[in-house]
Design a binder for this molecule. Structure first.
Ligand code: IMP
Ligand code: MG
Length: 184
């Protein structure tokens, strides 16, 4: 971690435990992109990246796809500096594309309680798309409060607060090329 991030000398930093190296992430993204390309062979899906956490995963994933796609983004409210979702999700920005009769693939950073994705999927159905599938970088399944299953999962973890490769803690650490669990 220290190779990629210089902290102020006196900063109190938590412990970083590597969960996935940059190389391991790359292998998994390539594998997932192959599955997605095969599943959408005769379609032209609209990929919707969920800002900000999914931005790095999204840009790596689309560059591995071998099918024609369009892209758009939606921004949901984060839960500030807290570590837990309260389920009170607000939309900060909306997609600008026409969603009617389109196959949609939502690309998210991490599913934890499931409340955010559940709300987003229900919201997007109101625009009458042809289909909605969900692709997530991390499926963190232990704290699920609502039954929610993503169609494509890059990596599963049971628990832990993760940062890096787009994932943040209080807007920090998104730029790290690997994924780490933070120990406070
Ligand atoms: P959910 O509604 O509990 O599923 O929360 C999902 C959102 O919480 C994700 O899109 C992330 O923005 C954030 N989140 C949940 N767990 C983590 C984590 O371990 N690291 C960083 N962000 C997280
Ligand atoms: Mg998110």
């Amino acid at each position: 971690m220290n190779d990629h991030l210089q902290q102020p000398a006196n900063a109190e930093t938590p412990e970083f435990i590597q969960v996935l190296s940059a190389n391991a992430i790359h292998q998994k993204v390539v594998h997932l992109a192959r599955r997605i390309s095969a599943d959408y062979q005769n379609e032209r899906p609209l990929l919707i990246g969920v800002l900000k956490g999914a931005v790095i995963f999204f840009s790596d994933l689309i560059r591995q796809l071998t099918i024609p796609v369009s892209i758009d983004f939606i921004q949901l409210s984060s839960y500030g500096n807290s570590e837990a979702s309260c389920g009170d999700v607000a939309f900060c920005s909306q997609v600008t594309s026409d969603l009617k009769d389109r196959p949609l693939l939502i690309v998210e950073d991490i599913i934890d309680t499931g409340l955010t994705m559940d709300k987003l999927v229900k919201h997007l159905w109101t625009f009458e798309p042809e289909s909605i599938r969900v692709c997530t970088l991390i499926d963190k399944y232990e704290r699920r409060e609502i039954e929610f299953k993503a169609d494509y999962v890059c990596h599963e973890v049971k628990t832990g607060f993760l940062v890096g490769y787009g994932l943040d803690y209080a807007e920090q650490y998104r730029q790290l090329p690997a994924i780490y669990e933070l120990k406070f």
